[in-house]
Write a protein that binds this ligand. Sequence first.
Ligand code: 2BA
Length: 91
Amino acid sequence: MKLLVTIVQDQDVPALIEALMENDFRATKLASTGGFLRAGNTTLLIGVEDQRLDELLNLIKQTCKGTKQGDAVSVGGATVFSVDVERFERI
Ligand code: 2BA
């Protein structure tokens, strides 16, 4: 299992959450702030079985579009860290 720490722009969040839920992925949404722009963004924690990782990454790619902010600083569609999960339990 992997945990994707996924940083996305706020405007992409409603569509991404909807796509995640429709495709039976589970996620936790955190309000976050970019260190460089000091602007709000959103961090999603998404736990996923290894065999569905590519499907999930494709969904994120299709849903999150890059934008330009201020004087043409380009902000990516999504910044994704994939972390190995040693143990997962729902209690
Ligand atoms: P911010 O830190 O606010 O960065 C927004 C955008 O500003 C970045 O877009 C990048 O294009 C630019 N930028 C960031 N740091 C810069 C620097 N030192 N010099 C020049 N330009 C810089 P993205 O790379 O798409 O990142 C979007 C958001 O993803 C970031 O917002 C931050 O919240 C997160 N992020 C990106 N890389 C990260 C990393 N290595 N570790 C943790 N968070 C990261």
